[in-house]
Structures are given as structure tokens and as C-alpha cells.
Design a protein around this ligand. Structure first.
Ligand SMILES: [Cu+2]
Length: 69
């Protein structure tokens, strides 16, 4: 598993946290994911052999959250 911290500037409340965590939970290959609201970050671990970081970033964009890079 690869650990990754993503910066997501639009995170502002519990609703954002729930939306993001639920979206990530539906991607196979993504393990634990947690959203830090004050820090506006998403910390997750994923299996690089079954999902790419790109796919994760696109999934977040699909639910309305752009990852800053
Ligand atoms: Cu919100």
C-alpha cells in the first residue's frame, strides 16, 4: 500500500468530509482514507497495483473536489 496526502482546498465542513470519504470507499484498491477539515487534506492509502493516483484524483473531481498539485 502507498500512503498519500492530498491537498484539497475546497474542503470546508463535515459534508465535504463525508462526500469524499464515501467516494473513496467505493474505489477498489483504496484502503483507509480520512479527511482533515481544518488542514484541508485527505490522507489515504491505496494499492498501486489495482488503482492509480490519477483515478483517485479524477474520482474526487467527479464529486466536486479538485486536488491541488
Ligand atoms: Cu463542506
Amino acid at each position: 500500500m502507498t500512503d498519500q496526502i492530498l491537498s484539497v482546498p475546497d474542503i470546508s465542513c463535515d459534508h465535504c468530509k463525508m462526500t469524499i470519504e464515501q467516494a473513496l470507499a467505493q474505489i477498489s484498491g483504496v484502503g483507509a482514507a480520512s479527511v482533515d477539515i481544518p488542514a484541508k487534506t485527505v490522507t489515504l492509502s491505496f494499492d498501486e497495483t489495482s488503482v492509480s493516483l490519477d483515478k483517485i484524483v479524477h474520482t474526487l473531481a467527479g464529486v466536486g473536489y479538485e486536488v491541488a498539485r
